[in-house]
Design a protein around this ligand. Sequence first.
Ligand SMILES: NC(=O)c1ccc[n+]([C@@H]2O[C@H](COP(=O)([O-])OP(=O)(O)OC[C@H]3O[C@@H](n4cnc5c(N)ncnc54)[C@H](O)[C@@H]3O)[C@@H](O)[C@H]2O)c1
Length: 303
Amino acid sequence: MAPPRIVVIGGGLMGIGIAQAFAVAGHRVCIVESVDAVRSTLLERLREGLAQTGANVDTVDRLDTSSDLGSAVAAASFVTEAVPEKLELKRQIFAELVKRAPRAAILASNTSVIQIGRIAAGLETADRIVGTHWWNPAMLIPLVEVVQAIGTSDSTIAATMAMLQSIGKKPAHVKKDLPGFVANRLQHALWREAIAMVAEGICDARTLDDCVKNSFGLRLPVLGPLENADLVGLDLTLDIHRTVIPALDRHDRPNALLEEYVAAGRLGFKSGEGFRTWTPDDIAATRLRLMHHLRRAQRERTG
Ligand SMILES: NC(=O)c1ccc[n+]([C@@H]2O[C@H](COP(=O)([O-])OP(=O)(O)OC[C@H]3O[C@@H](n4cnc5c(N)ncnc54)[C@H](O)[C@@H]3O)[C@@H](O)[C@H]2O)c1
């Protein structure tokens, strides 16, 4: 059987990581990047990314770049789109992919929260269009959510899950195509409550993060929320929910505090000021701590 031909569209943060994950697993990968200045730095950034995540830097020999989507996908078997989170841009790319990639190729989008059905709407052969939601850094985080839109065929899901498993990822089949899929819905349910509590003065931002990191955050790598509910007992969980659920934040829009901060240019690491103040040293130390933590977790998983 011919080896799969992998193409990644978009050589930004996620495209680079996704391409690396396929290449480290032994695949040849082509990255299509439309901006010349970005494309010309891609191989160097790939080398840096490989070194940073502890992979063999020579893996870069399996990676190639292109500015021409049509010729790059002409013989592709698995294409992952990772261009900016704009629906119209993604729709244009998929319209082109449907025309230019072989009929048997699977066409995946790495959108963070856009419904796959909106990207695929009105396109032919939507049965092979699927969501594959990777997490940053794509090399080190095992989950990839495999999102089935109404038009996505079961065989596309099975082949996508198999492909991702074969490169050491932990794919999760998401059976309904809702904004945020599974993991981002959970993550942002937590962030909504966190921001609401800071906005209401229940505690400050550092205290809030410490509460998470020093309590249930420690259990999460080995105990998911539903395993945890089973562990403590569903009767206790029900009693707790009767009291606490009515007291949780239930705004159906972003918190006013978040809007106020963004309007004032308080963007977090990008501006040095967000929920907290960040010096360049704090930022570098936090990034390094995260990278070490994720690499340690990967070593534990893979032995
Ligand atoms: N950043 C994250 O943590 C994260 C996590 C999961 C998913 N995502 C999703 O992944 C996608 C990409 O995000 P990112 O953070 O890598 O963005 P990014 O801005 O870092 O990279 C996007 C790249 O696509 C290129 N591009 C734009 N139009 C193109 C075109 N027509 N053809 C080829 N290349 C083109 C841009 O020049 C850029 O280099 C988005 O949908 C985003 O929501 C991001």
